[in-house]
Design a binder for this molecule. Structure first.
Ligand code: AMP
Length: 282
Protein backbone atom coordinates (compact mmCIF):
# COMPACT_ATOMS: atom_id res chain seq x y z
CA UNK A 1 0.00 0.00 0.00
CA UNK A 2 1.19 3.51 -0.77
CA UNK A 3 0.39 6.84 0.82
CA UNK A 4 0.05 9.54 -1.85
CA UNK A 5 0.01 13.18 -0.85
CA UNK A 6 0.17 14.80 -4.27
CA UNK A 7 -2.98 15.47 -6.32
CA UNK A 8 -1.34 15.02 -9.73
CA UNK A 9 0.35 11.79 -8.67
CA UNK A 10 -3.00 10.46 -7.44
CA UNK A 11 -4.67 11.48 -10.69
CA UNK A 12 -2.00 9.68 -12.74
CA UNK A 13 -2.31 6.48 -10.69
CA UNK A 14 -6.06 6.41 -11.14
CA UNK A 15 -5.85 7.22 -14.85
CA UNK A 16 -3.41 4.37 -15.39
CA UNK A 17 -5.66 1.94 -13.50
CA UNK A 18 -8.64 2.99 -15.61
CA UNK A 19 -6.61 2.60 -18.79
CA UNK A 20 -5.73 -0.94 -17.69
CA UNK A 21 -9.44 -1.68 -17.38
CA UNK A 22 -9.47 -1.83 -13.58
CA UNK A 23 -12.50 -0.82 -11.55
CA UNK A 24 -11.48 2.11 -9.37
CA UNK A 25 -13.08 2.24 -5.92
CA UNK A 26 -12.95 5.30 -3.67
CA UNK A 27 -13.56 5.35 0.09
CA UNK A 28 -13.58 8.97 1.29
CA UNK A 29 -12.81 9.45 4.99
CA UNK A 30 -11.41 11.96 7.45
CA UNK A 31 -9.18 9.31 8.99
CA UNK A 32 -9.00 8.22 12.64
CA UNK A 33 -10.06 4.92 11.15
CA UNK A 34 -12.38 2.56 12.96
CA UNK A 35 -14.34 -0.55 12.03
CA UNK A 36 -16.98 1.51 10.19
CA UNK A 37 -14.37 2.83 7.76
CA UNK A 38 -12.81 -0.62 7.51
CA UNK A 39 -16.13 -2.11 6.49
CA UNK A 40 -16.32 0.42 3.63
CA UNK A 41 -12.79 -0.53 2.54
CA UNK A 42 -13.58 -4.22 2.78
CA UNK A 43 -16.61 -3.79 0.51
CA UNK A 44 -14.54 -1.77 -1.95
CA UNK A 45 -11.83 -4.47 -1.92
CA UNK A 46 -14.41 -7.12 -2.82
CA UNK A 47 -15.86 -5.13 -5.68
CA UNK A 48 -12.98 -3.14 -7.20
CA UNK A 49 -9.63 -3.74 -8.91
CA UNK A 50 -7.98 -0.83 -7.14
CA UNK A 51 -9.04 0.70 -3.84
CA UNK A 52 -8.22 4.30 -2.97
CA UNK A 53 -9.01 5.58 0.50
CA UNK A 54 -8.85 9.33 0.91
CA UNK A 55 -7.97 10.71 4.31
CA UNK A 56 -8.59 14.41 4.51
CA UNK A 57 -9.93 16.51 7.36
CA UNK A 58 -11.79 18.97 5.19
CA UNK A 59 -11.68 22.47 6.69
CA UNK A 60 -14.61 23.83 4.67
CA UNK A 61 -17.13 21.42 6.17
CA UNK A 62 -16.45 22.54 9.75
CA UNK A 63 -18.21 25.54 11.30
CA UNK A 64 -16.19 28.23 13.10
CA UNK A 65 -16.93 26.76 16.55
CA UNK A 66 -16.56 23.13 15.57
CA UNK A 67 -13.77 20.63 16.14
CA UNK A 68 -11.59 21.10 13.01
CA UNK A 69 -8.42 21.68 15.04
CA UNK A 70 -9.21 19.00 17.64
CA UNK A 71 -10.29 16.35 15.12
CA UNK A 72 -8.06 13.27 15.61
CA UNK A 73 -5.27 12.91 13.02
CA UNK A 74 -3.67 9.46 13.17
CA UNK A 75 -2.23 8.82 9.70
CA UNK A 76 0.38 6.29 10.81
CA UNK A 77 -2.09 4.02 12.59
CA UNK A 78 -4.62 4.60 9.79
CA UNK A 79 -2.12 3.40 7.19
CA UNK A 80 -1.66 0.11 9.04
CA UNK A 81 -5.39 -0.49 9.36
CA UNK A 82 -6.06 0.48 5.75
CA UNK A 83 -3.36 -1.87 4.50
CA UNK A 84 -4.85 -4.75 6.49
CA UNK A 85 -8.26 -3.98 4.96
CA UNK A 86 -6.78 -4.28 1.46
CA UNK A 87 -6.52 -0.61 0.50
CA UNK A 88 -4.04 -0.02 -2.36
CA UNK A 89 -3.56 3.75 -2.00
CA UNK A 90 -4.22 6.23 0.73
CA UNK A 91 -4.73 9.67 -0.75
CA UNK A 92 -3.85 12.18 1.98
CA UNK A 93 -3.45 15.66 0.52
CA UNK A 94 -2.88 18.64 2.77
CA UNK A 95 -5.35 21.48 3.01
CA UNK A 96 -3.06 23.89 1.13
CA UNK A 97 -2.98 21.57 -1.85
CA UNK A 98 -6.72 20.99 -1.85
CA UNK A 99 -7.45 24.70 -1.39
CA UNK A 100 -4.52 26.68 -2.83
CA UNK A 101 -6.86 29.62 -3.32
CA UNK A 102 -10.06 30.61 -1.64
CA UNK A 103 -12.56 28.26 -3.31
CA UNK A 104 -15.10 30.31 -5.24
CA UNK A 105 -16.93 27.31 -6.65
CA UNK A 106 -19.07 25.16 -4.41
CA UNK A 107 -21.71 22.47 -4.68
CA UNK A 108 -25.04 23.13 -3.00
CA UNK A 109 -27.54 20.31 -2.95
CA UNK A 110 -30.48 22.59 -2.13
CA UNK A 111 -33.51 21.20 -0.36
CA UNK A 112 -31.80 18.02 0.80
CA UNK A 113 -29.65 20.12 3.11
CA UNK A 114 -32.40 22.22 4.72
CA UNK A 115 -33.14 20.02 7.74
CA UNK A 116 -31.38 17.70 10.21
CA UNK A 117 -27.62 18.39 10.27
CA UNK A 118 -28.04 20.89 7.45
CA UNK A 119 -30.09 23.10 9.78
CA UNK A 120 -27.77 22.81 12.77
CA UNK A 121 -24.51 22.99 10.81
CA UNK A 122 -24.93 25.79 8.24
CA UNK A 123 -22.61 25.31 5.26
CA UNK A 124 -21.61 21.80 6.35
CA UNK A 125 -23.07 19.94 3.39
CA UNK A 126 -21.79 22.55 0.93
CA UNK A 127 -18.34 21.76 2.29
CA UNK A 128 -18.90 18.02 2.08
CA UNK A 129 -20.37 18.04 -1.43
CA UNK A 130 -17.63 20.36 -2.67
CA UNK A 131 -14.77 18.26 -1.32
CA UNK A 132 -16.34 15.01 -2.53
CA UNK A 133 -16.77 16.53 -6.01
CA UNK A 134 -13.05 17.43 -5.92
CA UNK A 135 -12.13 13.91 -4.75
CA UNK A 136 -14.29 12.43 -7.53
CA UNK A 137 -12.52 14.59 -10.10
CA UNK A 138 -9.06 13.73 -8.79
CA UNK A 139 -9.54 9.98 -8.38
CA UNK A 140 -12.21 9.41 -11.10
CA UNK A 141 -13.68 6.34 -9.36
CA UNK A 142 -16.17 3.92 -10.88
CA UNK A 143 -17.55 3.19 -7.43
CA UNK A 144 -17.58 5.25 -4.22
CA UNK A 145 -18.45 3.94 -0.77
CA UNK A 146 -20.33 5.88 1.90
CA UNK A 147 -21.76 4.88 5.28
CA UNK A 148 -25.45 4.94 6.10
CA UNK A 149 -24.49 6.32 9.50
CA UNK A 150 -24.28 9.72 7.80
CA UNK A 151 -27.73 9.35 6.30
CA UNK A 152 -28.22 12.91 5.09
CA UNK A 153 -24.69 13.05 3.67
CA UNK A 154 -25.37 9.85 1.73
CA UNK A 155 -28.56 11.28 0.22
CA UNK A 156 -26.85 14.57 -0.61
CA UNK A 157 -24.00 12.80 -2.41
CA UNK A 158 -26.31 10.43 -4.31
CA UNK A 159 -28.21 13.48 -5.56
CA UNK A 160 -25.04 15.42 -6.41
CA UNK A 161 -23.81 12.44 -8.42
CA UNK A 162 -27.11 12.38 -10.34
CA UNK A 163 -27.50 16.13 -10.80
CA UNK A 164 -23.92 16.69 -11.96
CA UNK A 165 -23.64 13.47 -14.04
CA UNK A 166 -20.55 12.11 -12.36
CA UNK A 167 -21.73 8.66 -13.45
CA UNK A 168 -20.28 7.00 -10.35
CA UNK A 169 -21.95 4.06 -8.63
CA UNK A 170 -22.56 5.20 -5.06
CA UNK A 171 -22.51 2.23 -2.70
CA UNK A 172 -24.26 2.73 0.66
CA UNK A 173 -22.79 0.63 3.48
CA UNK A 174 -24.84 -0.25 6.61
CA UNK A 175 -23.87 1.35 9.91
CA UNK A 176 -21.34 -0.61 11.95
CA UNK A 177 -22.17 -0.61 15.66
CA UNK A 178 -20.54 -1.49 18.96
CA UNK A 179 -21.93 -4.58 20.74
CA UNK A 180 -24.31 -2.41 22.79
CA UNK A 181 -25.68 -0.66 19.67
CA UNK A 182 -23.72 2.61 19.68
CA UNK A 183 -22.88 3.63 16.11
CA UNK A 184 -19.10 3.66 15.75
CA UNK A 185 -17.69 7.14 15.12
CA UNK A 186 -14.28 8.81 15.28
CA UNK A 187 -15.90 11.26 17.71
CA UNK A 188 -16.71 8.47 20.19
CA UNK A 189 -13.12 8.86 21.38
CA UNK A 190 -14.09 12.25 22.86
CA UNK A 191 -16.52 10.53 25.28
CA UNK A 192 -15.61 9.90 28.91
CA UNK A 193 -16.11 6.32 30.09
CA UNK A 194 -19.37 7.21 31.74
CA UNK A 195 -20.67 9.14 28.74
CA UNK A 196 -19.68 6.29 26.45
CA UNK A 197 -22.00 4.01 28.42
CA UNK A 198 -24.78 6.59 28.49
CA UNK A 199 -24.49 7.18 24.72
CA UNK A 200 -26.23 3.85 24.09
CA UNK A 201 -29.50 5.74 24.62
CA UNK A 202 -29.26 7.07 21.03
CA UNK A 203 -29.54 3.67 19.39
CA UNK A 204 -32.07 2.59 22.02
CA UNK A 205 -34.31 5.52 21.13
CA UNK A 206 -34.09 4.56 17.44
CA UNK A 207 -35.03 0.98 18.35
CA UNK A 208 -37.99 2.41 20.23
CA UNK A 209 -39.06 4.29 17.07
CA UNK A 210 -38.78 1.07 15.07
CA UNK A 211 -40.92 -0.79 17.60
CA UNK A 212 -43.53 1.95 17.66
CA UNK A 213 -43.82 1.98 13.86
CA UNK A 214 -43.97 -1.84 13.78
CA UNK A 215 -46.82 -1.74 16.31
CA UNK A 216 -48.78 0.69 14.12
CA UNK A 217 -47.88 4.07 15.62
CA UNK A 218 -47.39 6.29 12.57
CA UNK A 219 -47.79 9.74 14.16
CA UNK A 220 -44.34 11.31 13.81
CA UNK A 221 -44.96 13.77 16.67
CA UNK A 222 -45.79 10.96 19.08
CA UNK A 223 -42.81 8.86 18.01
CA UNK A 224 -40.44 11.81 18.38
CA UNK A 225 -41.72 12.71 21.84
CA UNK A 226 -41.40 9.10 23.02
CA UNK A 227 -37.78 9.17 21.77
CA UNK A 228 -37.06 12.48 23.48
CA UNK A 229 -38.62 11.24 26.73
CA UNK A 230 -36.44 8.14 26.68
CA UNK A 231 -33.28 10.15 26.01
CA UNK A 232 -33.99 12.74 28.69
CA UNK A 233 -35.02 10.14 31.28
CA UNK A 234 -31.77 8.22 30.85
CA UNK A 235 -29.39 11.12 30.24
CA UNK A 236 -30.96 14.21 31.85
CA UNK A 237 -28.05 16.45 30.87
CA UNK A 238 -28.14 15.42 27.20
CA UNK A 239 -28.59 18.31 24.80
CA UNK A 240 -30.87 17.27 21.98
CA UNK A 241 -29.90 19.04 18.78
CA UNK A 242 -32.71 17.34 16.86
CA UNK A 243 -34.88 14.25 16.86
CA UNK A 244 -36.58 14.25 13.48
CA UNK A 245 -38.55 12.08 11.11
CA UNK A 246 -38.24 12.94 7.44
CA UNK A 247 -39.31 11.50 4.12
CA UNK A 248 -36.61 9.07 3.02
CA UNK A 249 -36.23 10.66 -0.43
CA UNK A 250 -36.90 14.36 0.07
CA UNK A 251 -35.42 14.68 3.59
CA UNK A 252 -38.36 16.95 4.48
CA UNK A 253 -40.05 16.51 7.88
CA UNK A 254 -43.29 14.53 7.85
CA UNK A 255 -46.24 14.38 10.26
CA UNK A 256 -47.16 10.82 9.53
CA UNK A 257 -45.01 7.85 8.58
CA UNK A 258 -46.24 6.77 5.18
CA UNK A 259 -43.92 4.60 3.10
CA UNK A 260 -40.22 4.88 3.82
CA UNK A 261 -39.06 7.39 6.43
CA UNK A 262 -35.75 8.31 8.00
CA UNK A 263 -35.66 8.68 11.77
CA UNK A 264 -32.56 10.70 12.63
CA UNK A 265 -31.10 12.38 15.67
CA UNK A 266 -28.20 14.46 16.85
CA UNK A 267 -27.56 14.65 20.58
CA UNK A 268 -24.75 16.12 22.64
CA UNK A 269 -23.61 13.94 25.49
CA UNK A 270 -20.94 15.46 27.71
CA UNK A 271 -20.35 18.05 24.98
CA UNK A 272 -19.79 15.48 22.21
CA UNK A 273 -22.23 15.70 19.33
CA UNK A 274 -23.31 12.25 18.18
CA UNK A 275 -25.61 11.37 15.26
CA UNK A 276 -27.47 8.20 14.37
CA UNK A 277 -30.44 7.14 12.30
CA UNK A 278 -32.60 4.30 11.15
CA UNK A 279 -35.02 3.89 8.24
CA UNK A 280 -38.55 2.70 8.97
CA UNK A 281 -41.36 1.63 6.66
CA UNK A 282 -45.09 1.93 7.31
P1 AMP B 1 -15.80 10.15 8.35
O1 AMP B 1 -14.35 9.79 8.43
O2 AMP B 1 -16.47 10.24 9.69
O3 AMP B 1 -16.05 11.35 7.47
O4 AMP B 1 -16.50 8.94 7.64
C1 AMP B 1 -16.06 8.46 6.39
C2 AMP B 1 -17.06 7.49 5.85
O5 AMP B 1 -17.22 6.40 6.76
C3 AMP B 1 -18.46 8.10 5.65
O6 AMP B 1 -19.02 7.60 4.46
C4 AMP B 1 -19.19 7.61 6.86
O7 AMP B 1 -20.58 7.52 6.66
C5 AMP B 1 -18.59 6.23 7.04
N1 AMP B 1 -18.78 5.77 8.41
C6 AMP B 1 -18.45 6.41 9.55
N2 AMP B 1 -18.83 5.70 10.62
C7 AMP B 1 -19.44 4.59 10.14
C8 AMP B 1 -20.06 3.46 10.75
N3 AMP B 1 -20.15 3.32 12.07
N4 AMP B 1 -20.58 2.52 9.95
C9 AMP B 1 -20.51 2.64 8.59
N5 AMP B 1 -19.94 3.67 7.96
C10 AMP B 1 -19.41 4.63 8.72
Amino acid sequence: MRVVHDIEEMRAISQKARAEGKTVGLVPTMGALHSGHIELARRAREECGIVIMSIFVNPIQFGPNEDYEAYPRTLKADAELAEEAGVDYIFAPDAKQMYPKEPLTSVDVGKLTEHLCGASRPGHFRGVATVVAKLFNITRPHRAYFGMKDAQQLRVLIRMNEDLNFGITIVPVPTVREADGLAISSRNTYLSREDRLRAVVLSRSLKLAERLVASGELDAGKIKSAMRDLIMSEVPDALIDYVEIVDDDTVQPIDKVDGKALVALAVRIGGTRLIDNVTVKA
